[in-house]
Design a protein around this ligand. Sequence first.
Ligand code: ATP
Length: 360
Amino acid sequence: MTSFKHENVEDLYELLEKLGSGHFGEVKRCKEKSTGICYAGKFIKTRKCKGSRMGLDREQVEREVFILQQLEHPNIMKLHDVFASKSEMVLILELIRGGELFDFIAEKEALSEEEAIEFIQQILKGVAYMHSRHIAHLDLKPENIMLLEKAVPNPKIKLIDFGLAQKIEDGAVFKSLCGTPQYIAPEVINYEPLGPSTDMWSVGVITYILLSGLSPFQGETDQETLSNVVSGNYEFDDRYFKETTYMAKDFIQQLLLKDPRDRMTAVECLIHAWIKPLNRKQAVNRSRSSINMKNFKKFNARRKWKLSYNMVSACNRLCRMRLLCNPIKTEEDLRQCESDQEDEKTKPVTLLRRRLSSLS
Ligand code: ATP
């Protein structure tokens, strides 16, 4: 089991280019000096004191580490090493080079349901394994489904970002209001107990989008989206689902159920006839049906645009907040809030985005 190292990460790893950024820090490619192997270093700013508005509580990062340490599966990103200093924690993770699954699919001319199922099956295998260990991811969405490599015959899915994941033992009650409106289950919004079935709702939403390029509960605003999720009403509009098989719709219908107890588990999904056909006719139907690629490409372009728009607008809000709250800072003030200072220099948007995605 990986234990926290207290030395400087740069003594053991060469830090290379930035790969991405999240709410509380950046992810950079880094090369282990002793082996020459490349990893992804997730640099997370931690709160210096309880009152600080910048950074993440140490316990939250420790929980992410604790969870990753228990997961060893081909479809789940692995943790290699962890570093902790006063103001930062660094997770050295398996390097995932293939980008997001949705971006990979959007570059294609066409994709049959059968090909889409190859990916969904891998997602389900990762989720089933996680759930068998009583771990719920609670933030399954396209941004957290990546490919290990993309220029290979059968790209391998890797689930990432266990920042909201929870170990929920049988009988225990866990509630939270976190997540992303389009993908969260009704029980999250209603502040009811969450569990593995909460992830299964998200799998239903992701599958719906993958096949049609439509988001089942998307409203004009986040508020409207949340109310659509709570009402649980959605439909298979013929204009977008004309190529979709009956089995695919049945698969989604058995996941987008308001009562978590009624949803299929990941293990049940893996033996659903759409994933594992019972006869030749079902298998042939899947290979003849295709996903709505034209609309999927549009969905993905809008998704990417929104992600960058959220980043910029949160950045602007933070700048305005800083101007209102701290018109002038003396050098002494600056020395006293060293941690916040560092955060703002490296990644001003981090704190706000997590709040935006959970509540706006
Ligand atoms: P969020 O803001 O979505 O909660 P986060 O702060 O928890 O994110 P991650 O989602 O783990 O951070 O990582 C942010 C981004 O960094 C990812 O979207 C991805 O582009 C990139 N990334 C994360 N882990 C890896 C990895 N192991 N290999 C390559 N890139 C990665």
